[in-house]
Design a binder for this molecule. Structure first.
Ligand code: 5GP
Length: 312
């Protein structure tokens, strides 16, 4: 007989972080950088653990250049050629440590880097503790968590499969950390507060697609429609992506992504500062001097409303 799990599972929108006593005087005192040593490969990584998703429109070299200035990571999409990579590596050697775990600038290193990045999306995402444990014990260092929360994802409506992201992160982080593994919360963040909640829930890294869409550094031209400036943003399993890269949607599967036009937001710098400023404030409200301490200081309260709707 099919089983119904009646335990309550929550999304970012269902909770708020409870403020706690804090001795921090100013947001500027908060340290958002983290250094990780990975369980299996023993590689290390230092930076602010926010990752631009490896999607066609946002995971670009242009994006990586700005992200690197803030020690943030960009998962470059897999459709650049080796020549594109060589040019990028020659012009922006400083970016290489923030687009791949480690790399030199020789040809073999570049090939390796592309194949590492290509392997990342193919690992597929999980949402349960047992899958996380299995993957870590099979040699994975970082597990991507999230099925169906993405802004341009239609998996939940097309397949009925999914898991509320906040609960997925809490449960998967617990399993991963028990084995000294790490997780990425992938998808579902709509505002800086959601990014803070994902870290509070135990995510080591947070991956963002929609929040970085619509910027100058994104691929594609600015579209003008009825006096409004827009940019195209689409899911990696959308009709648009499949037509572009695989000659259309294969008959045996449904497209599981949307194509949307989002307002053009200018340079990504302002968005980055907004997210980092929000995160520093979160840490101050809960008394975490470092991002690393945020999940230890986090108590979530279940709410029925995020904010006043008076002027919405
Ligand atoms: P967002 O930050 O936009 O909410 O979520 C970004 C994540 O959505 C990506 O990192 C990826 O895991 C997921 N995603 C991107 N494109 C698609 C798609 O076409 N279908 C599905 N199911 N997920 C997608």
């Amino acid at each position: 007989m099919p089983r119904v799990d009646a335990d309550l599972k929550l999304d970012f929108k269902d909770v708020l972080l409870r403020p706690k006593r804090s001795s921090l005087k100013s947001r500027a005192e908060v340290d958002l950088e983290r250094t990780f040593t990975f369980r299996n490969s023993k590689q290390t990584y230092s930076g602010i653990p926010i990752i631009v998703a490896n999607m066609d429109t946002v995971g670009t070299f242009e994006m990586a250049v700005v992200m690197t200035q803030h020690s943030m990571f960009t998962a470059i999409h897999k459709h650049y050629s080796l020549d594109d990579w060589k040019l990028f590596a020659a012009n922006h050697p400083e970016c290489l440590q923030h687009v791949a775990v480690s790399s030199g600038s020789g040809e073999n290193d570049l090939e390796k880097m592309s194949s590492i990045l290509e392997a990342v999306p193919q690992a597929g995402n999980v949402v349960t503790g047992e899958m996380v444990e299995e993957l870590i014990l099979s040699g994975a260092d970082i597990i991507k968590v999230g099925v169906g929360p993405g802004s341009v994802c239609t998996t939940r409506t097309k397949t009925g499969v999914g898991y509320p992201q906040l609960s997925a992160v809490i449960e998967c982080a617990d399993s991963a950390h028990g084995l000294k593994g790490h997780i990425i919360s992938d998808g579902g963040c709509t505002c800086p507060g959601d990014v803070a909640k994902a870290f509070g829930a135990g995510a080591d890294f947070v991956m963002l697609g929609g929040m970085f869409s619509g910027h100058t550094e994104c691929a594609g031209d600015v579209i003008e429609r009825n006096g409004q400036k827009l940019k195209l943003f689409y899911g990696m399993s959308s009709d648009t992506a499949m037509k572009k890269h695989a000659g259309g949607v294969a008959e045996y599967r449904a497209s599981e992504g949307k194509t949307v036009e989002v307002p053009y937001k200018g340079g990504v710098e302002n968005t980055i500062l907004d997210i980092l400023g929000g995160l520093r404030s979160t840490c101050t409200y809960v008394g975490a001097a470092k991002l690393k301490e945020l999940s230890r200081r986090a108590t979530f309260i279940r709410v029925t409303q995020q904010q006043s709707t008076m002027f919405c």
